[in-house]
Design a protein around this ligand. Structure first.
Ligand code: DX5
Ligand code: ZN
Length: 227
């Protein structure tokens, strides 16, 4: 079972010529997941990495690979990413006409099932699938690039998801992605965020392992103050 709080460093911000070292550093920092941003230049205006990198990462770490598919027609790649070693696949609500079938195909491969919503997409659009996912990923930036500013409107979406889950007894975890850093983590934690995707605030730091520890401590401190 996924630990309540998790830090998921996004390798998009890492040095792609030294991904092995990047992953070892976040392992030392106690990261629970490796967040892998796959971009095709169509669903988002950027191209990043794909299946060969997931295959290499699979050999480089035992950490779960949390693959975020920012691509068109992700249904065509579920098997390929599963075979490459992904542990969870996050697909977007946007642009996937047959979302329930797509999520079921990920479940069929025994992977963690995640659905993401962009900043302009209401939580209500997920009403019919919240019972079928392990993770709801609230995008707190418009997807495509690291290093963007956190959009505070995401906090209300996390609160709404938290209330919905408590009221309806759903099991999904709330994951947040984009502009997650020491200055935004406390509000995110208090709003119900549990899995923190962090790229720049980890890999652009001199000591990524220490950055992971600090992000976690910041979330724990915020939750401790809340009670
Ligand atoms: C953006 C990606 C994010 C991004 C986070 O499209 O989905 O995972 O890499 O990067 P930072 O933490 O730098 O905002
Ligand atoms: Zn991502």
């Amino acid at each position: 079972m996924m630990p309540r709080l998790a830090i998921a460093p996004s390798i998009l911000a890492a040095d792609f010529a030294a991904l092995g070292g990047a992953v070892r550093a976040i392992e030392q920092g106690g990261a629970e997941l490796v967040h892998v941003d796959v971009m095709d230049g169509h669903f988002v205006p950027n191209i990043s990495i794909g299946i060969p990198v997931v295959e290499s990462l699979r050999k480089a770490t035992r950490l779960p690979l949390d693959v975020h598919l920012m691509i068109q027609a992700p249904e065509r790649y579920v098997d390929a990413f599963a075979d490459a070693g992904a542990d969870s696949l996050i697909v977007h609500q946007e642009g996937n006409y047959h979302l329930q079938r797509l999520l079921a195909s990920i479940r069929h491969r025994n992977l963690g099932v995640g659905v993401a919503i962009n900043p302009a997409t209401p939580v209500a659009t997920l009403a019919e699938v919240l019972g079928e996912v392990d993770v709801v990923l609230v995008m707190s930036v418009n997807p495509g690039f690291g290093g963007q500013k956190f959009l505070p409107g995401s906090l209300g979406k996390m609160r709404r998801l938290h209330e919905l889950r408590e009221r309806e007894g759903y099991k999904f975890r709330i994951q947040v992605d984009g502009g997650v850093a020491l200055d935004t983590v406390p509000d995110i934690a208090r709003a119900g965020g549990e899995i923190f995707v962090a790229g720049t605030s980890v890999f652009h730091e001199p000591d990524p392992a220490e950055a992971v520890r600090r992000l976690r401590q910041s979330a724990l401190d915020a939750l401790a103050q809340r009670v």
